[in-house]
Design a binder for this molecule. Structure first.
Ligand SMILES: Nc1ncnc2c1ncn2[C@@H]1O[C@H](COP(=O)(O)OP(=O)(O)O)[C@@H](O)[C@H]1O
Ligand SMILES: O=P(O)(O)OC[C@H](O)CO
Length: 515
């Protein structure tokens, strides 16, 4: 984590405060914020990544719920405050990760299928043939891909014995992690509320982007019973109250998918404003105002946020599946570095990539290609290349993948990027941020609070309970902490980008006959 610090509540006055829970891909965290949007305390815990087969990724939702309770207790205790000091709790979460659980026992019926999981590739191809790709794009703003929740629900209904009958009988609930956390927080089997917000619902392939309701025709073509689905609510309203624990009685007042929360936390409230978040994957979102904008260049159309009864705000999104997780892979699977931060030291020990380009298509390629048949490639290898050159290629992969998204965004929106607001764990890497600015030929700016995901959830919850009056008050909290400006010669940039695009072509069509 970057730019986070843990201080006692006394250095921020006596509150009141807003707490935010971020249930992310690698960890769950809770952060307490004061009225100026400053961090008062943080607690965080990683959970297990389960890889049962190549391309399959699961999480244990029970472990996640235990961790969430632990980090909430941790953050509130570190802040030295009580429930009476906390005006609301906001929720943000890894998106698309899909869970079904029994509403009578509160037990998950299977591990959660994580957004990176590719097991529904064949199912998506079949749905594409039977229902048509265009239909999904038109109604949901999304391409038919294994990334999204709908096909994952269908896979579980088809593969867990007896589940379909239980689901049709009304005993099974579906949720992304927002729904799971809110249901448990508000009482679970003892009256927990079963809701999701529009941003999370817009990632299921099941919500109609124009009506903001579940699309009955798509549900029937996917054979998903409506009885499992949560109610779709706005991103900022009181869904219920915490039933027990250290925050018992506090209103649960926001939910946003983590990337939409970062857009909100970066105060991108005007059309054309954009941010990019560098975590496990990287997600660049641009606010496109109150109308959905179709993409013709491989981006997603998604809901940015909706505050109570106000009009929804839409966004264009470029999703990159593998960025920070490539650094983790270098550390955990390859053993080439001991910590994520060490990649910068290793990469800085050489001048350039030595001719090597690393395209981490571990889950196929997401935007702008949406190719599930792609797999990772290191191109340009010669005997000259060292592990330091590979480390450099790893960082450059994040920069060039962003460049491809920015190019697509410019084509779709007609808006030229003047500067990119960034956040997330990878932004503590100076070499990466410089490389990014060079690849984009544009300034890259990082705010004082790089924990914009939690901040966005806190802002939305605070708006819902009147803790902040409006978005203008939130804008005033945004402060620049660091800026990188381009230093690369144009001809070098053009040559490197061309080589990168050539390497990308080498990844495609690797998987020929998938399960
Ligand atoms: N100094 C660094 N350089 C490059 N990558 C980093 C660095 N520090 C953390 N990361 C990567 O950032 C990711 C963690 O960022 P975070 O925003 O916490 O992610 P998430 O919200 O997806 O769990 C990890 O994948 C890690 O490998
Ligand atoms: O948990 P993160 O930060 O890796 O974000 C994951 C995204 O929401 C997936 O769409």
């Amino acid at each position: 984590m970057t730019d986070t610090h843990t201080t006692s509540a006394s250095s921020h006055g006596q509150g009141p405060f807003i707490a935010a829970i971020d249930q992310g891909t690698t960890s769950s965290r809770c952060i307490v914020f004061d009225r100026d949007g400053r961090i008062v305390s943080v607690d965080q815990k990683e959970h297990e990544q389960i890889f049962p087969k190549p391309g399959w990724v699961e999480h244990d939702a029970t472990e996640i719920w235990e961790n969430v309770q632990e980090v909430v207790t941790g953050a509130i205790t570190k802040a030295g405050i009580t429930a009476a000091d906390v005006k609301a709790i906001g929720i943000t979460n890894q998106r698309e990760t899909t869970l079904l659980w029994d509403k009578n026992t509160g037990e998950p019926v299977h591990n959660a299928l994580v957004w990176q999981d590719t097991r529904t590739d064949a199912l998506c191809r079949e749905l594409g043939r039977n229902v048509g790709q265009d239909r999904f794009r038109r109604e949901t703003g999304l391409p038919l891909a294994s990334y999204f929740a709908g096909p994952k629900i269908r896979w579980l209904l088809d593969h867990v014995e007896g589940l379909r009958e239980r689901a049709e009988a009304g005993d099974i609930l579906f949720g992304t992690m927002d729904s799971w956390v809110i249901w448990n927080l508000t009482g679970g089997v003892n009256g927990g509320v079963h809701v999701t917000d529009v941003t999370n619902a817009s990632r299921t392939l099941l919500m109609n982007l124009h009506t903001l309701d579940w699309d009955q025709k798509i549900l029937s073509s996917m054979e998903i019973p409506a009885a499992v689905l949560p109610r779709i609510r706005s991103s900022a309203e009181v869904y219920g109250h915490t039933a027990e624990g250290i925050l018992a009685g506090v209103p649960v007042a926001s939910a946003l998918g983590d990337q939409q929360a970062a857009l909100f936390g970066q105060t991108c409230y005007a059309e054309g404003e954009a941010k990019s978040t560098y975590g496990t994957g990287t997600f660049l979102l641009m606010n496109t105002g109150d109308k959905p904008v179709n993409s013709y260049n491989g981006l997603l159309t998604t809901v940015g946020y909706r505050i109570g009864d106000e009009k929804p705000v839409y966004a264009l999104e470029g999703s990159i599946a593998v960025t920070g997780s490539l650094v983790q892979w270098m550390r955990d699977q390859m053993g080439l570095i001991n910590s994520a931060a060490e990649i910068e030291t290793l990469a800085s020990s050489v001048e350039d990539n030595g001719g090597a380009y690393f395209v981490p298509a571990f889950s196929g390629l997401f935007a702008p290609y949406w190719r599930s048949d792609a797999r990772g490639v290191i191109a340009g290898l010669t005997r000259y290349v060292t592990k330091a050159h590979i480390a450099r290629a790893v960082l450059e992969a994040t920069a060039w993948q962003t460049r491809e998204i920015v190019d697509a965004m410019t084509k779709d929106s007609g808006v030229e990027l003047t500067a990119l607001k960034v956040d997330g764990g990878m932004t503590s890497n100076n070499l990466l941020m410089q490389t990014l600015s060079d690849a984009l030929d544009a300034p890259v700016v990082r705010p004082m609070v790089a924990e914009t995901t939690c901040l966005g959830a806190a802002y939305a919850a605070g708006l819902a309970v009147g803790f902040w009056p409006d978005t203008d008050a939130l804008r005033a909290n945004w402060r620049r902490a660091a800026e990188w400006t381009p230093r690369m010669d144009a001809d070098v940039r053009d040559r490197e980008y061309k080589n990168w695009l050539k390497a990308v072509q080498r990844t495609m069509g690797w998987i020929e006959d998938e399960e």
